[in-house]
Design a binder for this molecule. Structure first.
Ligand SMILES: [Zn+2]
Ligand SMILES: [Zn+2]
Length: 438
């Protein structure tokens, strides 16, 4: 969970007194005119970068070409650039001409093992390797747009160095969708390698493209995206003939009891009014033939929660359910929790502080109180260390959602993304420096 940052909290209080947090959001960013002009002028370049990256997608921890492209661009702009962070990550800093605080902007770079079906002229034909198998690769989550937007923001910021009251840190992150099996990676590894230290940002901002009106911006204070835990249950029974289940352990029956027990926990044993919880069994692997009851079974799934206490309690209930069912069947095995991503939780003071800025950047409706979603994002790892604000950027209504082979974006949204990234950085630094945003 993100901490409350005293200075931001004070600014938030001052802001409330000035009624900035009011619904009119009348106060524009003082940088708006310059940033809008710069983002508009840069739009053809941002579109070209996005198409190039889209046509050359790379899986998590394999973003070699993408990170080289990013690093070269940032070096040419005068940033101090560090490469090879958490495998293929790039971290760049730009010191403004005015003294002040530190702010970070983040973009994720990885693509997915999806076969693109958009029919775009620059559609991916790339085949990568996933789980040791050749697999088509596609930017099906829109991270190509995130990289292009932050490259554009980098260029606008470099051109406005004289206006920057402090230091901007740009974080180009590998493996947001999770590192390949057996490898580490993503935001957690970047944090472990010290990207949020020396200098330590006072705040971090990030965006995700998402189906919706072009240029719309949506976010909420507090928990916005779920914590995600993967789990695995490996059961050993006793193999027998399908005609004589009493001579062995019927793993099919056992698996169905576990599924029902999990459904019952989510629907009947948790306070559904307090916070949503989802338990999904997505994998059941066992058996080879219609008349053999097998010896081994693997079940796997995901747990989504928004409340840390409920998460702990739910895991305990799941473990107890599995233990008792396994014991009753005379089998062996237990629930093992796997990788965990914390809740994407937006710092309330930061969200209030930046509301006028996001309203200024958007070209569509702005929703500062959007509903929670059960998807997860490892931006949460950064927010666990410094106050952060994550928001969704509307990119039109493509024929498929994120992760679909038909996912694409209306490129007009790229310009709005550049504006939002630049303005959040500049305005945040102005506000914590005590400077005016007019
Ligand atoms: Zn995704
Ligand atoms: Zn994503």
């Amino acid at each position: 969970m993100s901490q409350i940052f005293t200075k931001v909290a004070l600014m938030g209080a001052a802001m409330a007194a000035l009624s900035w947090g009011g619904p009119a959001l009348a106060q524009d960013s003082s940088h708006k005119v310059a940033v809008f002009a710069a983002a508009e002028a840069l739009q053809p370049k941002v579109v070209a970068w996005r198409r190039d990256i889209h046509q050359h997608p790379e899986l998590g921890n394999r973003e070699f070409r993408t990170s080289a492209l990013v690093a070269e661009h940032l070096r040419a702009l005068g940033y101090v650039v560090k490469t090879g962070v958490a495998h293929t990550g790039v971290v760049a800093t730009l010191k403004g001409d005015k003294p002040g605080g530190v702010v970070a902007l983040r973009a994720d770079m990885d693509a997915l093992p999806v076969e693109e079906k958009t029919g775009l002229a620059f559609a991916s034909k790339v085949v990568g390797e996933y789980n040791g198998q050749p697999t088509p690769v596609m930017h099906a989550c829109g991270h190509d747009a995130h990289v292009a937007i932050l490259m554009g923001a980098a260029e606008v910021l470099a051109g406005m160095k004289a206006e920057i009251a402090g230091t901007v840190v740009l974080i180009f992150q590998p493996a947001e969708e999770g590192p390949p099996p057996g490898e580490e990676g993503g935001a957690a590894m970047m944090v472990a390698e010290g990207v949020l230290t020396n200098p330590r940002p006072g705040a971090i901002f990030g965006l995700h493209v998402s189906p919706g009106e072009v240029g719309a911006i949506a976010y909420r204070s507090g928990p916005m995206m779920a914590a995600a835990d993967s789990f695995e249950i490996r059961i050993k029974g006793k193999q027998t003939h399908g005609a004589r289940p009493w001579d062995g352990v019927d793993l099919a029956s056992l698996s169905s009891e576990i599924v029902q027990a999990f459904n019952q926990i989510a629907a009947r044993r948790l306070d559904v009014a307090r916070s949503p919880t989802v338990i999904t069994v997505a994998v059941i692997q066992s058996g080879v033939r219609h008349n053999i009851i097998p010896e081994d079974m693997m079940m796997g799934g995901t747990l989504r929660t928004f409340d840390p206490e409920m998460r702990t309690a739910t895991i305990a209930q799941m473990q107890a359910a599995v233990d008792s069912i396994v014991a009753r069947y005379g089998a062996k095995g237990a629930l093992a929790m796997g990788g965990a991503t914390p809740v994407v939780s937006n710092d309330a003071d930061l969200a209030r502080l930046m509301a006028p800025t996001l309203a200024a950047a958007a070209s569509g409706p702005v929703d500062p109180d959007t509903g929670k979603i059960t998807g997860a994002e490892d931006f949460a790892e950064f927010q666990a260390v410094v106050p952060g604000l994550f928001y969704r950027l509307g990119v039109g209504f493509p024929p498929g959602t994120n992760h679909s082979p038909f996912f694409t974006i209306d490129e007009a949204a790229l310009e709005v993304g550049v504006r939002a990234q630049v303005l959040t950085a500049l305005d945040y630094l102005d506000k914590v420096a005590g400077g005016p945003a007019d």
